[in-house]
Design a protein around this ligand. Structure first.
Ligand code: HEC
Length: 124
């Protein structure tokens, strides 16, 4: 039957279309996520690694260990964002965290991306 076959054909084409749209969407999402992690790592290695170390454990006195699950990274994104952007020094601390890690070129988006990088690379 011609109409039945045509109908089948349309339904089949439509589901192919939906499937490929979904596939494209997932690939795009993965692409974004991977790009952000790579960018976060590059930013971290440029600006933060001198004090915080490649592992996040800290390489100078007064620098907190960012690898502890109950440490600084347990704070919500917004608190970390503010402290990274504006800098801070806790009472009695041997060293201050400089605003934007001492790199004025860091944008708000860079800071958000670097926070995601630290969360994915350091917290175990
Ligand atoms: C000059 C050294 C130095 C550099 C560079 C530096 N930090 Fe820090 N950072 C510190 C010190 C010291 C502290 C702890 C300050 C304190 O507790 O008084 C700190 C604290 C932090 C914390 C904990 C925040 C909190 O709320 O507990 C985070 C997260 C952090 N730094 C991220 C970064 C990022 C991201 C960069 C790069 C963009 C960076 N730091 C660059 C020295 C540095």
């Amino acid at each position: 039957m011609a109409t039945g076959a045509a109908l089948m054909n349309t339904t089949f084409k439509r589901s192919l279309l939906v499937a490929s749209a979904l596939l494209a969407f997932f690939i795009m999402q993965r692409g974004w996520a991977t790009d952000d992690v790579a960018r976060g790592e590059a930013l971290y290695k440029q600006t933060c690694v001198a004090c915080h170390g490649a592992s996040g454990a800290g390489s100078l006195p007064g620098v907190p260990d960012l690898t502890k699950a109950s440490g600084s990274l347990a704070k919500p994104d917004d608190a970390l964002f503010k402290n990274i952007k504006e800098g801070f020094q806790s009472p009695g601390s041997a060293l201050a965290m400089p605003p934007k890690g001492g790199n004025p070129a860091l944008t708000d988006e860079d800071i958000r991306i670097v926070i995601q990088y630290m969360r994915s690379a350091f917290m175990r």
